[in-house]
Write a protein that binds this ligand. Structure first.
Ligand code: 13P
Length: 251
């Protein structure tokens, strides 16, 4: 099996302003800027991307956006296109459950965003995950398999793809999935990729997200199909986030 470099990505969501985000970036960069053996990504709000980039310059931490439009330009008030992000970010989160739930994003739209991003040379971090009712009904695996397949409809750039399994019930609740649950579901994601692109299945990174912290990260990362974490709350605390990076890195 191909060795997969782990990924620790911080999704700051709608937190921090330019000043506090820049300070947070500086702290993360000082604590973790040189850690190797792990791809380190922070995803600040759009308005802070430039100042966060400056604050982290000289480090190997990469910058991601939290969303992107599937449209190239035009009358889409408030939206941000891939061409606006080119040169500013290496990654973009698409299909986060908050956008699916609060902004009504469909898997078709998520697929269009992922394709547009990849075509622009920006790696999509594509999120999927079931809510509590789906899990309680025993349908988590089939739901996630269908959601991922639909969110990858027409997608072709397998080298740039990162998938993030984020069960909705674990996000921001302090109740992470167990490592067994997370392993089972990331394996489901990998099987979907194997079906769509057999040669890519062992190289695409599949992350877990949902209440990851320094107390549970090691056990999650030890699972064979979990290649890292997409982190919300703990990515807003430099020391805590740096512990996650250290757990995934090689020094
Ligand atoms: P928390 O780590 O705060 O649970 O958030 C996870 C998440 O949604 C990352 O995208």
């Amino acid at each position: 099996m191909a060795a997969r470099t782990p990924v620790i990505a911080g999704n700051w969501k709608m937190n921090t302003d330019v000043e506090s985000g820049t300070a947070l970036a500086k702290e993360i960069s000082e604590l973790s800027g040189d850690v190797s053996g792990v791809d380190k990504i922070v995803c600040p709000p759009f308005v802070s991307i430039s100042s966060v980039t400056s604050a982290m310059s000289g480090s190997s931490i990469q910058i991601g956006a939290q969303n992107v439009s599937a449209n190239s330009d035009g009358a889409f008030t408030g939206e941000i296109s891939t061409s606006m992000l080119q040169g500013l970010v290496s990654h973009v989160i698409v299909g986060h459950s908050e956008r699916r739930a609060l902004n009504g994003e469909t898997s078709d739209q998520v697929a269009a965003k992922a394709i547009t991003a990849a075509e622009a040379g920006i790696s999509p971090i594509l999120c999927i995950g079931e809510d509590l009712s789906v899990r309680q009904a025993g349908n988590a695996s089939s739901f996630v398999a269908h959601q991922l397949e639909a969110s990858l409809d027409g997608y072709a750039d397998w080298d740039s793809l990162i998938v993030a399994y984020e069960p909705v019930w674990a996000i921001g609740t302090g109740e992470a999935a167990t490592s067994e649950q997370a392993q089972e579901m990331t394996a489901v994601c990998r099987e979907v990729i194997r079906k769509l692109a057999p040669s890519a299945a062992d190289s695409v990174r599949v992350l877990y997200g949902g209440s990851v912290n320094s107390g549970n990260v090691a056990e999650l990362l030890a699972q064979p199909d979990i290649d890292g974490a997409l982190v919300g709350g703990a990515s807003l605390k430099a020391e805590e986030f740096s512990k996650l990076i250290a757990a995934a890195g090689s020094d």
